[in-house]
Ligand binder design. Sequence first.
Ligand code: HDE
Length: 711
Amino acid sequence: MVVKKNTPSKAAKNGLKANKDKIEPSYTEQQGNGGETHQQAGGDIATLTSAQGIPVADDQNTLRYGARGPALMEDFHFREKIFHFDHERIPERVVHARGYGAHGYFELTDSLQDVTRAAIFQNVGERTPAFVRFSTVAGSKGSFDVARDVRGFAVKLYTKEGNWDLVGNNIPVFFIQDAIKFPDMVHSVKPAPDRDFPQAQSAHDNFWDFISLTPESFHMIMWVMSDRGIPRSFRFMEGFGVHTFRFLDSNDRSTFVKFHWKPKQGVQSVVWNEAVKINGADPDFHRRDLWSAISSGDFPEWELGVQLFDEEFAEKFDFDVLDPTKLIPEELVPVRIVGRLVLDRVVDNFFAETEQVAFCTQNVPPGIDFSNDPLLQGRNFSYLDTQVKRLGSPNFTHIPINAPKCPMAHFQQDGHMAMHNPVGRANYEPNSWGAAGGPRENPKQGFRSFASEETGPKRRLRPESFSDHYSQARQFYISQTPIEQKHIADGITFELSKVERPDIRSRVVSHLLHIDEDLATTVADGLGLPLPDPAETTQPTRTDLPASDALSILKNGPKTFAGRKMGILATDGVDADLFVALIAALQAEKANYEVVAPKIGGITLSDGTKVAAQQKIDGGPSVLYDAVAILASKEGTKVLASNPAAKDFLTDAFTHCKFIGYSAEACTLFKKAGLADDVDKGCIKLGSKNDANAFVKTCGALRFWQREKLD
Ligand code: HDE
């Protein structure tokens, strides 16, 4: 019998050759030994080695006895390779499992020296390295991006006096008031224990059962059911520290502070029907967006704002500043902008950085301190635990992404995977070895807690000052535009229509009656449900809280199409002048585009120019774009009219209130899509190249909301 040795295919070899210049070293040492490339033996291409550095001669065949005989235990290369593969996974985060991170910096633009001694807030112009991880909460690591959910907005700031983790969300309030309810809340939204579904969604019995029995959650519910729960991308979200924190100045004088991140790109969301379709078309929609923006040099940026207030304000404010289900309206305490956060570098390795980054609310530098918010207190307890479980060792701070970038000196030692251990003789303190005895405490520069005075009996209780659950929910609702209010009603109706038990649906509506009667009636009507009695409550809803414009997305929308993406559905033979003018207008506006064509090979313009396509029509539905243009020749329109995906492209863009530019020849597609009678001012005919600029400017409004009928 002839024994043939299995060798890499010709194509694989050619591929290697063709990409020779691009081939990265297969393994780069993580920081710790200077980040040098590990192997460079011989020729242009590095020789494959084992993890021990032994050069590998054959990576295609296991060592075996005879041609068809058993594998041999002696095959250390096979053993090591499979062993390592078997151990590649670490537990995913118990919440916020699906996330995406990037590097950047924070730059101070307004000194906060007057209220905090934190090093990061002293010198205007100083930059502090940052790593940010955005996430959904409920879904597992492999779930889709555009779930209706809260988004995590966790920022690690590598300050000169240690790491500061501001572990926030894109919503300024939370579901619960006491950390002891967190496991229940999370269990209720995650898949049920018996069937292990639904995944990454809240539209089910367990979640709404818990919510309907937890009236304190209703303010947060209004936010999650609003368009804030389905952001367009991470770049277009606000971030909030949620809890009240303290700043401490050099005399340990305390000022309360709430943190805000405001996106320079503006806040923007998608609509629900669109979200559902995006998740099918591109489950990685948000991570792809962040990766593409940063890779193309369009660096997303947020302003850091602070709301500062003192005990006196806290005393007279309508709600308890320690209650995390409440916010402080910006009209009452303005947000002072003090810096900017820029994300300008994607990760080199997702696992090493984004997966292994470990945030802890306890990580605060001198000058920043906690308040007694019971949720924050519980979080301070929780995060260390979860990191040890996930990363497997108390030495997770030795992983480069978690290590401070300022000097560290302590006597902690050993443990799994310890990379830095004390040197010299003394590993304890106090000691009498003088300077050789290692670091000492520093009462002047070191972290000091605020010396608050606490009194009261030890017991379990929810303070009376936390008992108003509906007034701010109502305030949020009345601050929205009619379109946004409609989306909230639609969102709740959709979710409850997936709830099987009518009594749970009814119980939710009984709470909505305390928030807004019209909202409750609309939802009940949408469900075909008789209006229940209002839920029992000890606190009547306050109707004197004024609307706060800052709470609406649409009242604060961006006025430009910059950073947004147009989908240009184009065919062969399309007017070259018009096509070129549209691209130029988009580029002038700093907007992006993709060409969507019947064939991925691209199109030929009327003047014979070939243009590459980025998407074939069925792979590039209009839900992936902020606005669309349909540029077709007469012949090309016929091709589109017979293509169901092209009709969907148009009808979806229309249904989702997007601006639609179209060449005169593309009119036929409106007819074929059944929209001939519906053409409105959001559908803009591009008669000549001169219309392109005006069209792109119009797209700055992002949606033509007039199209969405209000009942
Ligand atoms: Fe978290 N949360 N959380 N959380 N949280 C975690 O830590 C927890 C809460 C937030 O991108 C866990 O590393 C408790 C509020 C973000 O890595 C865990 C309570 C807010 C992230 C944990 C809360 C957050 C987490 C899970 C109730 C907004 C992702 C994995 C008291 C202000 C960070 C991990 C990342 C992650 C506990 C409530 C934000 C288990 C006990 C409120 C953005 O430690």
